[in-house]
Design a protein around this ligand. Structure first.
Ligand SMILES: [Zn+2]
Length: 185
């Protein structure tokens, strides 16, 4: 797993930090002002959109994994509801407005230096819009599960597998919540 750049300077006072034991593990600690720098996870939100048994994938136009396919996804802003981030990123990358149906999975594991360490994946359905690849994707296509293109990330594969193994509607899956975004635009 790739790691982010280590913290070198204190974000409060600018002094060089030291690696010290604090709250159970070694962390960057400022010897001047005492601030302990806790490292927060980067969180992404993704959308798994089905239509007539096919799922929507986007082709990455940027590195890493340029030319490979993944779910519409992007980083959650610090003050943003992950559900809103999922809908926003889907709209930006595919042109489609979606309604989130339920949480599919929460996947942990950083796969590259600029990647997320937690990916929250929602099942969704189309509410409107026209397919128009943009942002950091250059193609948007629905694929049969048996004919998937080369996938970009392990999290992509895990999410699709989880979706493909989901219980059929009406079986003993837990009750779903009401529509998560009644005010979807
Ligand atoms: Zn400091």
């Amino acid at each position: 797993m790739a790691e982010r750049e280590p913290i070198r300077y204190c974000g409060s006072c600018g002094a060089l930090v030291e690696q010290r034991e604090a709250y159970g593990r070694v962390r960057p600690v400022c010897p001047a002002c005492g601030r302990i720098h806790f490292l927060d996870p980067k969180v992404a939100a993704a959308v798994l959109l089905e239509r007539e048994g096919k799922i929507l994938l986007v082709r990455r136009a940027v590195e890493p994994e340029r030319g490979k396919w993944t779910l519409p996804a992007g980083f959650v802003e610090a003050d943003e509801d992950p559900a809103e981030a999922a809908r926003r990123e889907c709209r930006e990358e595919t042109g489609l407005r979606v309604e989130l149906l339920r949480l599919l999975d929460v996947i942990h594991g950083k796969e590259h230096s600029s990647g997320a360490s937690i990916v929250i994946v929602y099942e969704a359905k189309i509410r409107g819009g026209e397919i128009q690849p943009s942002d950091d994707v250059d193609a948007v296509t629905f694929f049969e599960l048996g004919a998937l293109p080369t996938l970009a990330f392990e999290a992509t594969r895990v999410a699709i597998e989880r979706w493909s193994l989901r219980p059929a509607p009406g079986s003993d899956r837990p009750p779903t919540r009401p529509a998560m975004n009644p005010n979807a635009d």
